[in-house]
Design a protein. Structure first.
Length: 401
């Protein structure tokens, strides 16, 4: 593919052939039902096809003047997510590029809100679980804030009792896991919101992976207390069947987001601040309407279909966990926590585990990569695709004997 960008150009047909014959085959299809490491994507055909239409439309969705119709539709999708959390009509937010930007924007709003209440301009501190996503530590570095890490319990869950011993006067936000990436744990959100109210701090729920579970009535009780949290992120490109890249950033009171992020300049004076301008709710200005593929898929299939698909992934994870527990050559260590399973093959060295994972990664049979849990190398499965075949997964795990 070297030299594909030339002074005279290759022409559309040749350039597109490079994409279809060279570029696309050199990528990994994370939406495949056997892609079970990390937190993969499983977009619906409706969402994928509409993403192409969105790109062709060239919509500017930073402010109401440029993208009113698109923003109105995006807000309907955000309202559905807010309703899952039990939030009032004051809730709102914006779709941003990913969970890291969503966490950064929410925690900046948290510190802005806290400074207004306490009349302090200190660096402040963010409290989180030892199972918090790596982006929380990255956000603390970017914000030049202290990070207080609370050890999680045996299942990876942070309790309010454990957190209470670590809250300091400088703490402005508690980050609760709404489905930890490595272990799937949902923290004690109800207890943490009680603690936050008593201490006068903000609660942000990182539900990038797990927040979608609220659509399944069987998993919704794990999130009790989220109705009193202050901000939340959910990545539709993870478990809400949308294409990359999309993170729903939500505030229970959207005014706090606008107060922290609204930009001012003479060249922005013509923007109507009486309308809903998505650029006011995160660390960005220019943006595409990246929430529209989710809106289109929801409008096409309906929210019941989404609830059923998420429940289906839970059922697959429960089935796999039962089979792994029953397999004499495997040790089930944890799960399913939401749809995350941790297990270890008996009698295998770390080098043998790595070689096995690499073999099946390269063959395409199964993307099941090692991680670490309590210092031990383990395998992790995360089920977000309702088309994942438990029989196929177990047939590959059989080769660990």
């Amino acid at each position: 593919m070297g030299g594909s960008i030339t002074p005279d150009g290759l022409g559309a047909e040749a350039a597109f052939a490079l994409f279809t014959d060279v570029i696309q085959p050199a990528t990994r299809p994370f939406g495949h039902p056997t892609s079970l490491s990390f937190v993969a994507a499983a977009p619906t055909r409706a969402a994928l096809s509409f993403d192409a239409a969105l790109g062709a439309a060239g919509i500017f969705a930073g402010n109401w003047d440029g993208g009113a119709g698109a923003i109105h539709a995006e807000n309907q999708a955000l309202r559905w997510l807010s309703d899952l959390a039990g939030w009032p009509s004051s809730a709102g937010g914006v779709f941003v590029a990913g969970g890291t930007l969503g966490n950064l924007s929410a925690l900046h709003a948290a510190r802005h809100w806290h400074r207004g209440r306490t009349d302090t301009n200190g660096r402040g501190a963010i409290l989180c679980s030892s199972e918090a996503h790596s982006s929380i530590a990255a956000v603390a570095r970017v914000m030049d804030a202290d990070l207080i890490v609370v050890p999680s319990g045996p299942s990876g869950r942070m309790t309010a009792k454990a957190a209470a011993a670590h809250v300091t006067p400088e703490t402005f936000a508690i980050v609760a896991n709404g489905g930890a990436t490595n272990c799937g744990a949902v923290d004690d959100i109800a207890g943490l919101t009680d603690l936050a109210e008593a201490k006068g701090v903000w609660v942000h729920v990182d539900g990038a992976y797990g927040g979608a579970a609220m659509a399944d009535p069987a998993m919704r009780p794990a999130f009790n207390g989220i109705e009193r949290a202050d901000s939340l992120i959910i990545d539709p490109h993870k478990w809400v069947f949308a294409p990359y890249d999309s993170c729903a950033l939500l505030y229970r009171d959207a005014a706090h987001g606008a107060a922290a992020h609204g930009q001012r300049a003479v060249y922005l004076d013509t923007v109507d601040k009486n309308e809903w301008n998505p650029s006011d709710y995160a660390l960005h200005l220019t943006r595409r309407a990246r929430g529209l593929p989710l809106w289109y898929s929801l409008a096409t299939h309906g929210t019941k279909a989404y609830a059923q698909a998420i429940a289906q992934t839970r059922a697959i994870a429960e089935d796999l966990a039962d089979r792994i527990a029953a397999a004499p050559w495997l040790d089930l260590l944890l799960g399913p926590n939401l749809t995350v399973i941790l297990f270890r093959p008996k009698g295998k060295t770390e080098d043998e585990m790595i070689r096995w994972a690499e073999e099946h990664r390269r063959s395409g049979a199964l993307l099941c990569l090692p991680t670490r849990w309590r210092g031990e190398m383990v395998f992790r499965l995360c089920i977000v695709n309702p088309q994942t075949d438990a029989d196929h997964v177990m047939s590959v795990l059989d080769t660990l004997q």
